[in-house]
Design a protein around this ligand. Structure first.
Ligand code: PA5
Length: 491
């Protein structure tokens, strides 16, 4: 039988939509209420886009020479097409994990954690771990992406490590946070299980570089590989994200079909028919020409809450760069802010509506929620409450998204909307690939390397030095030579 993600009608009905009306001057100017605000909006004109066409075409050409190539860290664009064998291996291994273990714990950080968290939240029951075992599609799921000692202990308090599979994920195989977690967990497993301890651990790492692969080979640990040319924040659609998703019963083939679908759309030459490229171009204009230094990503669905976290890393770490490709200090980037609709209407939207004209708000909406919840009639004697009865929570959340969009637009605050017809593995694959492609396009336009993270490396090296790692003596001396903090400024 054909899978639904092989059916063209299903795929087209699930195409995500990118609506940038409310970035455009013609739309904004018509709606802004206060005339004085019209000059402040920084709305984008058709002429602004047209003026960028030569630059965009050059960036596109340059990107086309790099896309799919590991040496340019762009091998992520092949992942929808070259993982058939690995996907089967992941599915087979996941079945064994589902049979044998009560818990599955990801040990990783940054790009090795945020994707698995976002996928699980989007595609599984929102109280997944609290469901009875028979109603869950896999073991309980935890991601330990910090080294707070209290959090580590809290996890160990609620799991039986003998019934837990730990997935250590590290592309570099040397990240202090992840490797210290590995040391803790492997020590506990050895004490609890003796020579069979390595059955409770699976590594996801580079096939040849770094220490984790050396450890995995020495300790005979089952290993999945992160392909060359796929950096941390672009790795969700390789075993980094696919293994945890499959273990928790998510259809990873459908997710990859969504990735392939958006990849095809992203090959469209006309930027007005290419949502990811258009989104990259518009954010470039917003950042560089309109001083929009902040982008708030605000999904109107709890299922997409952690997509905003995943996006924040992708956008911040990829585009926040000091140097351009030709070595000039440019200090570019756009600060991502995470928000959740409707919750943050009651905490942040006041600022977005009436504060400075320094940001773009990206709403993520959902066409059809996976269920409908009716609001019963009641409080008939209090009309201000009674009017809600007979509606649904679906109507309420949709109306609040429309209303917030309207409220920002009339204040001249630029906003755009991405709509998923429904949250499912196919649309989530599309959404993640949309953001990855948008980031690559924006990086190319900014003329920076979107795939490295020298600013993070500096902090990693300083940590190694402070903890006395061999080879970092010079860095330690540099740190020790820091001026003393002035006590006057510590109250
Ligand atoms: O996107 C990135 O490259 C980083 O956020 C990394 O994912 C993060 O630093 C963890 O690195 P690693 O997977 O090498 O342990």
């Amino acid at each position: 039988m054909m899978n639904r993600y092989e059916d063209k009608n299903f795929k087209d009905s699930m195409r995500i939509k990118y609506d940038f009306n409310n970035l455009m001057d013609t739309v904004i100017n018509e709606q802004v209420k206060d005339k004085a605000d019209k000059k402040k909006t920084g709305a984008i004109s058709r002429a602004d886009i047209e003026a960028m066409m030569d630059k965009y075409n050059a960036a596109r050409k340059s990107m086309e020479a790099k896309i799919g190539k590991a040496e340019f860290e762009m091998a992520w664009s092949n992942l929808a097409y070259n993982q058939d064998e690995i996907v089967e291996d992941i599915i087979e291994y996941s079945k064994k994990v589902q049979k044998k273990f009560d818990n599955f714990v990801v040990l990783g950080i940054g790009g090795s954690a945020l994707g698995p968290i976002a996928i699980q939240q989007a595609l599984n029951h929102m109280k997944y771990n609290d469901l009875p075992k028979k109603e869950r599609k896999g073991p309980k799921f935890f991601v330990e992406d910090n080294v707070d000692p209290e959090r580590m202990q809290a996890l160990l308090d609620v799991i039986d490590i003998r019934k837990t599979c730990f997935n250590v994920i590290s592309k570099s195989g040397g990240t202090s946070e992840t490797m210290s977690q590995y040391l803790i967990v492997s020590d506990l497993l050895k004490k609890a299980l003796g020579c069979k301890w390595n059955n409770n651990i699976v590594a996801t790492t580079d096939h040849s570089k770094g220490n984790l692969i050396k450890i995995a080979q020495k300790e005979n640990i089952k290993t999945f590989y992160i392909p060359d040319g796929v950096g941390g924040r672009f790795s969700e659609i390789c075993p980094v994200g696919l293994l945890p998703a499959a273990v928790c019963g998510i259809d990873i083939k459908e997710m990859l079909a969504g990735v392939a679908y958006m990849d095809e759309i992203s090959k469209e030459k006309d930027v007005f028919k290419n949502p990811a490229h258009m989104a990259g171009l518009l954010m470039y204009i917003a950042m560089e020409k309109k001083s929009k230094n902040i982008q708030v990503v605000m999904p109107y669905a709890d299922s997409l809450k952690y997509m905003a976290d995943w996006h924040a890393q992708l956008w911040a770490e990829s585009l926040g760069k000091k140097y351009s490709l030709d070595g000039k200090a440019v200090n570019v980037g756009q600060t991502p802010v995470k928000a959740l609709g409707v919750t943050d209407q009651h905490s942040q939207v006041q600022l977005y509506a009436e504060g400075p004209f320094d940001k773009v708000i990206t709403f993520i909406g959902v066409g059809n929620y996976r269920m409908e919840y009716a609001i019963p009639n009641g409080c008939e004697d209090i009309p201000d409450v009674a009017f809600l009865g007979g509606h649904t929570l679906n109507e309420l959340i949709q109306s609040e998204l429309d209303a917030t969009e309207y409220a920002l637009t009339v204040q001249g605050k630029l906003n755009q909307r991405i709509t998923l017809p429904e949250v499912n593995a196919f649309t989530i694959g599309q959404l993640m690939y949309f953001f990855m492609m948008q980031t690559a396009v924006a990086g190319e336009l900014l003329n920076i390397n979107a795939f490295n993270q020298p600013g993070v490396e500096e902090g990693k090296n300083a940590t190694y030095a402070l903890l006395g790692k061999k080879g970092f003596e010079e860095k330690k001396a540099e740190l020790n030579a820091r001026p003393e903090k002035d006590k006057e400024y510590i109250l």
